[in-house]
Unconditional design. Sequence first.
Length: 382
Amino acid sequence: MFSFSRNNTSLLAKWWRNIDKQILLAFAFLFLLGLFFSFSSTSSVAAENMNKGTYFFFIRHFVFVTVAFFLLILISIQEKDKLVNFLVILFFISVLLLFLIPFFGIEIKGSRRWLDFPFLPRFQPVELVKPLFVIFIAKIIVLNEKTNIYNRYLYSFLVSLIIIIFLLNQPDLGQSLLLASAWTAMIFVSGFNMLILTILGLLLLSIVGFLIFFFPEKFGYIFLRIKTFIDPKSGDDFQSKTALDAIKEGGLTGQGMGEGVLKAKVPEAHTDYIIAVISEEFGAIFVLFIVAIFLFIAYKVLNEVFLKQKDEFLKLSLVGLISLLIIQTFIHIGVNTRLLPTTGMTLPFLSYGGSSLLGSSIIAGIILNFTRKDSNRNFKNE
């Protein structure tokens, strides 16, 4: 599937000629920022608190970024019809991995979200599921024209519901909300009746409420997190409070590189609270700069969707993929600033972690593939 043609030079030249270089540059810059902040947020902590080498996490992150960027290029260079067919097959494999978590998953801090492979320790299958979920949902909605349109919407809803139930079982409320939001965005853009969409949304909320009420030992954490968010004194709010205090200390310009204390106080600050670490050391202005990069990517993609792209499948896929990136970014920022309950959501491209970078690179690679100038000439609806 993923292979270069015999004339590699010609293939790369064609890829470079047709790729959206502004989006590519924005993704590459986010990867570089992730490397920089990995060095800033983990070096002192690794040496002082974890008995690791000073550059232990940075070197690992560098390897993750190298593999992720290579994967981005590899995906973006493929022919679209072959790529989509492969991604659909990979979707079923990713769902199988998600299904295996209750039986073979690793439990960390009360959540069972990871599988441990010899070649990829602590791999989180949902990061693979997310971009493939978007492709599969778009394929259901658009590529089966013989089936009634409302049946297609129903099938897509059922697929979403099954995956969300898997995620809630881990438990992983943040990723569940993220996939539900991406599905809603895709359905909305496809022209779905808003009344029926509202009914389906209420149905999903009712199912979640049913699970919380009848299985409190498994799903009661959802209610607990919401309760803690509303009344911080009713639960453990240390991480969120410390992150918000760090953001306040950083002010507009920050305390300076290496001067922040959040990374030493909060476990996994370089993953779930990386934006607070950045804000503390480099200031709110730098955080706004990072947000601007994500919004620029969203603008470029949506400009492609609504002004240039004519293929409905590509439109829906691009809307779903950019929704994943933007919604996850703002959920991460919302949690760090205590505007949202704690979810354990990483920041795409910038947070430390191989699974997160893998998922981000797949999303970015597909976006670059689908926004190429030749996107309408070599794609076939099958």
